[in-house]
Design a protein around this ligand. Sequence first.
Ligand code: M6R
Length: 614
Amino acid sequence: MCGIVGYIGKGNVYDILIKGLHRLEYRGYDSAGIALVDKDGKLKVYKTKGKVSNLEDYCQDKNTEAGAGIAHTRWATHGEPSDKNAHPHYSEDGNLALVHNGTIENYKILKDALEQHGCKFQSETDTEVLVQLIEYIKVKNNCSLADAVREAMNQVVGAYAIAVVEKDKPDTIIAARKSSPLVIGIGDDETFLASDATPFVEYTKDVVYLKDEEIAIIKQGEPLKVLTLDNRESKIDVTTLELSISQLEKGGYPHFMLKEIFEQPDTLRDCIRGRIIDGGGKINISGLNDNKEKFCEAKRIVIVACGTSWHAALLGKYLIQDMCRIPVEVEYASEFRYSNPVLDDKDVVIAISQSGETADTLAAAKIAREMGAFVFGISNSVGSSIPRETDSGTYIHVGPEIGVASTKAFTGQVMVLTLLALGIAQMRNTMDEAKIKEIGREVLHIPEYVQEVLKLNDTIERLSLIYTYARNFLYLGRGYSYPVALEGALKLKEISYIHAEGYPAAEMKHGPIALIDAEMPSVIIAPQDHLYEKIVSNVQQVKARGGNIIAIVTKGDTVIRNIADHVLEVPELPECLTPIITSIPLQLLSYYIAINKGKDVDMPRNLAKSVTVE
Ligand code: M6R
């Protein structure tokens, strides 16, 4: 949701910033821009609508020499994607340029006040008000840029990660954050800043995560200085990044999404590693072990998340209720935060977020903590906000997910939730030890099962050609397969722009059955489980109305094979583990349909990977 990057140092500022923007492009790609302060103190701002490659074309004949610079890739909130609304924005007198990730809630009040002082605005964005306000304060108070930023941020309501540069100051960048991420990389005589560490991982592993309401003064040749909004100096904690450059490259695949789908045997192996011991009989999740009494005494668990993570959360509900006999509620974080929730210290709230930065999930977690609940985070991104704002938690350890459509993070989240449910069941004694061991042993083989499912790739690629031009899809499942149906439909929608609905298979007859005809394919997830006989009836109901069926079934299935138009077989597994393997054919199907339609699967229109605004 907008990416910002900044650099000051001995390297080629323009090249470093452009490369950084490419790494951050997953956060938004409506427009891109760059501000460079050259050694003579000139401030040059170049920006264009569209992707970072457009900006590169635009800059080809421009002077890009610089001592410091900031850059931005945008996901539009206020004002349409256009050259004018692209960042960086600059002050009317051309003295400052600023990039911003977040939303300024009181921008209208601030803008009106500045206009009354004669200030003229160029864009429709909320961001421009920041740079105009900072410059206004700087001139009025005749103060330093850092002091002006501090005073301005004290007047701002909303979320921001900003970086500001000043004409005549090729040796300084000022940055600040509140509720939007900002990380600073400390190199050898050079300093980086960015929305996440991916732009500078090859230059330094030493990072400082800026905290809410902190301001960083980055000055070439001087140690980093961090101040709070009330002007106290903060202690600087330098942490070491665990991220390698190969994790950020496509590794021979045409798209990150395909790479990430095929990585799943390895990512699941990493996710499981060390968490099942004693040959399957003991679940070992440190965040759980350290908070045994919280989970043992919980009277209820509430899971909050958004998007794909919400689908994993729904599976978490089925898993935890089934294995641990604790009532579980699943809430969209965006609804939960404004629903006046009823929580107390006997509740456990689980916040799930791949990025760890989703604004609604973060806010929901904070509210739950304020109300006294014990909040447990499940995230992928080490050092992100949700792990820092929760009481405890765990990582899914699947490596950076770059494709906007979540794939390996979903299976990692489901894996962690499965282990969590088994672990809680073990602690609460709600499941037979032999059963836990049986499932635990199968979990250890999940990477091999996933490898087997990936062999369906060519079949699915061929199958996708038949359905590329369908205008609507229905995804149906029951029990553990219902959240998988929701996730399959979301994957198709977001990258191929085909309308798809996920539905509980038995609910279909209460409405969506009216849609069924030969034009609308149904994808039915129907592995062998305790609802198999029931879903066979649903498959027949679709067929009886002339619908085409793609069914995901357990290897050796003969009943559905005789009814469905196409079957995709997956290995037989305990019921609670089927979602991990049945979701993979759906990821591949949506990928190939989108490719057949010529869509940009890694950067689908209107979407961004990390949704840091409401
Ligand atoms: O980073 P998070 O898991 O909090 O993100 C939540 C959603 O924005 C995300 O899952 C989104 O729905 C994906 N595009 C789905 O593929």
